[in-house]
Design a protein around this ligand. Structure first.
Ligand code: AMP
Ligand code: ZN
Length: 114
């Protein structure tokens, strides 16, 4: 059984509220939402961080952004605004070392981020 939390969600060992699922990508609602819409979009391939991406992986990263666009539209946050975030390593506060794109929306965000 995989040790990675998000690999366990992919395998079904840990439940999640799914928002999108295909052969390469899974999206599910964050368990501790930081905004009215907070969805995590992950590749089914285990990749720890952006720093570990290799050339063939950029295809799936592009598809993750396409899924984010679709989910933003489905959640009616395209026009109001949304944020897409990859946290990478310690200074960014990454907790789960399986690449994930945060889709956040439904409220106003500040800049610079905390
Ligand atoms: P990060 O800080 O970018 O690594 O974010 C990890 C995110 O995963 C956090 O927003 C957590 O709330 C979220 N998370 C942790 N465990 C789960 C889970 N079992 N289901 C859904 N989201 C989770
Ligand atoms: Zn993983």
């Amino acid at each position: 059984m995989p040790e990675c939390l998000f690999c366990k969600i992919i395998s079904g060992d840990i439940p999640a509220k799914k928002a999108y699922d295909d052969d390469q990508i899974l999206a599910f609602h964050d368990i501790n939402p930081q905004a009215p819409v907070h969805i995590l979009i992950i590749p089914k391939k285990h990749i720890p961080t952006v720093g570990n991406l290799e050339d063939p992986d950029y295809v799936v990263v592009g598809k993750m952004i396409k899924v984010a666009k679709t989910l933003a539209a489905e959640n009616n946050i395209t026009a109001s605004g949304f944020r897409l975030v990859f946290n990478n390593n310690k200074d960014a506060g990454q907790v789960v070392f399986h690449l994930h794109l945060h889709l956040l929306g439904g409220r106003k965000f500040t800049w610079p981020p905390g």
